[in-house]
Structures are given as C-alpha cells and as structure tokens.
Design a protein around this ligand. Structure first.
Ligand code: NPQ
Ligand code: MG
Length: 369
C-alpha cells in the first residue's frame, strides 16, 4: 500500500483520579495518536509516552520529534507491503520504542482492516475474552487503599496489583492480606529498590504474592537474578525487558519467572509477539501490561492478550477505570466474569469517535505526500 497521509495528535485526557507510582503522580494523561491513510483505509495507533519522563526516558516531545523527523518521512509516499517493513524501519533507530510502537500499531490496524480480519485474529489470537486485573496507584493511607481494593473486587476484577516503594511495602501488604487473605495479589515497585533492600523484599515472601514486579533498576537484569535466587515469590520484569533478546537473557540467567509485555516498551506489537512466542515455547507465563491507554491503545493490547501464552490477568481494565469518557464508542466494559471481550470487527474493531478525539486534541500536524 502507498501511504498517502499520516496525522499526529497530542491528546490530553483528565484522569478520574490521580495515579501515583514510585516515580511520580499523574493528574491527566497526554499521549500521541497516529493515523495512517492508504487505499481508502485508515489505521490508528497510540504512543504511550507521557509528558514527563518517569516510567522511561521517552516523552511526548521526544516521540513527536522521532516520528516527524525520521519515521514518518520513511513511510510517507512509500509502498509499505507489511508490518515487518515498518518494524525494520523502526529498528534502524536505537531506542525510542514507544514512538516506533505507536506508528507500527497504526499499520497493524491498517493491514488487519485490509485483510478483513480483527487485529486479534490477524495476530494469531485464540481467545474471545481475556482475563483482566486492575493496577491501583499509591494511596494516602492503607484504609483508603483497602476501600479501593474492595471496590474493584466488587466490580469483578480478577486480580489486584498495588504499587509499592520503600516505606510503603511490608506493612501495607500485610494489611491487605489481613483483610483479603485469598485474593490474587501482586506488587509493582517500578524500580524503587536497590540491591541493599533485598532483605525487605524477601520479607514479602510470606504474603503469597503472585509476583513482585520490577523491584530494581529499569535496565537491570543481573541484580534481579541475585534477588530471584533468594525469593520463593516469582519476579516479573517490566521496565527491564526491551526486546526478545532481553527476555531470553533474563530467563536464562534466572532474573525473572514471569514477563509483563507492553508493546510500547518493546517497540511494537511484532516484538511483543516475539517475546510471547519465546515465553510460550518455554512455558513461561506472560501478561499484558498497561500504560493508562485510551480505547485505541487498549484495543491493541486486548488483541495482543488474546494470544495463547497470555495466561495471567493483564493490566487491561475497562475504559471507566481511568476515564469518564473514552475516545472509542462503545467503551470497553468489564464482563461479569472479570474479562474484557476481544473486539471482532476488522482491525482494532472499535469505533474511534472523531468528535471526542477533536475535543481531546491539544496539538495536531498532518503529513501529506
Ligand atoms: C506499570 N502501569 O505497570 C505501569 C506504570 C505506569 C497501569 O501500573 C502515566 C502514563 C502514568 C503511564 C504511571 C500501570 C503512568 C504510566 C505508571 C505507566 O508499571
Ligand atoms: Mg510495571
């Protein structure tokens, strides 16, 4: 397909409530939407970088720069036969996975629509519904956190993930376990600990957590392998897994037993699928992470999570977990069994509401061949 037009938009969405992690607090979500046009079809992708660095070094500004200066000129007016071609263009850059993933996602949507298939089917998905959990940010007090957990359990979420950091860990998890002895529970540190804190993390072993996510540095594998050797609880790596090569190295050195897959973190759905395939072949469970996506990024994640190796509930909450009003219609809603239904229409399989997109847009640029 000859790519006729690409549009970039920065959108800003008010969060229902602030989301706090070990690296900071967000009140609203900014993201970039990418739209590609060819042969009378369009494809939508979401770049999950934020206004500020924190989760990673990428920001809206770095992603915008990389897209308009390097990636869009490489596809505009070109014959692009498949997503592999887009991925190869992206791989010429070092780093900037979120920028690359957002463009690639738009092409996945475009090519799946051309094939008349849902993105899930196009990727090789096998599930009609995917199990979902919820990620709860740091709260002012344990009492407020316990109330939040109770609310999400009542809504039907299949597992609870809480954020931890030094000073908000063992006692807080103990309080959760006293109130909810049996729920599927996990903790995400977003790289807040150092190797010297290993005793504190080992003290979490008694709480039967499903996993501890990313305790150490965002690019570390080795120190995680030292910690995993001391823990019964599986370590799950998020920030540290940048490619399928990293995933293989992490598994072979015993740095983790579970991997969180996010297309934005690993440069796109193609690399995400490679990590899935590697883990699936080795019997290593994976789950789909979340980046406070709008319905556009969420739909791509749900499609990815329909692959057979995604056996654990993902951070794939319903649209109303973060936003009063999503950009897609209808929004994602939680099924009574704690799943999200995988869209079956062509491509992402969701209707992008352009009026809502326009209202959320704070910056726009179009590139025409
Ligand atoms: C994680 N997500 O698994 C990330 C981290 C995260 C749902 O826990 C703005 C944009 C704020 C993206 C905060 C969840 C964010 C963000 C945290 C991602 O580690
Ligand atoms: Mg995480």
């Amino acid at each position: 397909m000859i790519i006729e037009r690409v549009e970039l938009r920065v959108i800003r969405m008010q969060l229902k409530e602030p989301f706090e992690t070990s690296f900071g607090r967000e009140h609203d979500r900014e993201a970039i939407l990418v739209t590609v046009y060819a042969d009378g079809l369009e494809g939508w992708g979401e770049v999950v970088a934020s206004r500020d660095f924190g989760y990673s070094y990428e920001t809206i500004e770095t992603a915008w720069h990389v897209l308009r200066t390097f990636l869009i000129p490489a596809v505009l007016g070109q014959e692009i036969p498949d997503v592999e071609t887009v991925a190869r263009i992206g791989e010429r850059l070092r780093g900037h996975p979120m920028a690359r993933a957002g463009l690639e996602a738009a092409f996945w949507d475009l090519f799946a629509r051309r094939a008349g298939l849902s993105l899930a089917r196009y990727l090789g998905g096998v599930r009609e519904r995917v199990p979902v959990g919820v990620s709860i940010g740091l709260q002012p007090t344990d009492e407020i956190l316990l109330e939040k957990i109770r609310g999400y359990l009542e809504e039907g979420y299949q597992r609870i993930k809480v954020k931890i950091k030094p000073g908000r860990d063992v006692e807080m998890i103990a309080a959760i376990r006293r109130m909810f002895p049996e729920i599927p529970l996990m903790a995400d540190a977003n790289s807040a600990y150092r190797l010297e804190d290993a005793d504190r993390l080992a003290a979490l072993d008694e709480f039967r957590l499903m996993m501890i996510e990313q305790p150490f540095h965002w690019d570390d594998l080795y120190e995680h392998s030292l910690l995993q050797a001391r823990l019964r609880t599986p370590i799950c790596l998020d920030e540290s897994i940048h490619t399928a090569r990293h995933a293989r190295a992490a598994l072979e050195m015993g740095a983790c037993r579970i991997i969180n897959i996010k297309p934005g973190r690993v440069g796109g759905l193609l690399e995400a699928k490679r990590i899935h395939d590697l883990c699936h072949a080795r019997g290593v469970p994976v789950w789909c992470g979340g980046m406070l996506e709008t319905g556009i990024g969420r739909a791509a994640n749900v499609a990815l999570a329909s692959l057979p190796g995604f056996t654990l509930p993902g951070d794939l909450s319903a649209s109303d977990r973060y936003y009063h009003e999503d950009l897609i219609d209808p929004p994602f809603v939680l099924n009574p069994d704690g799943t999200l239904s995988v869209p079956t229409g062509p491509g992402l399989g969701v209707h992008v509401d352009r009026r809502k997109v326009d209202r959320a847009t704070v910056r726009m640029e179009a590139f025409q061949r």
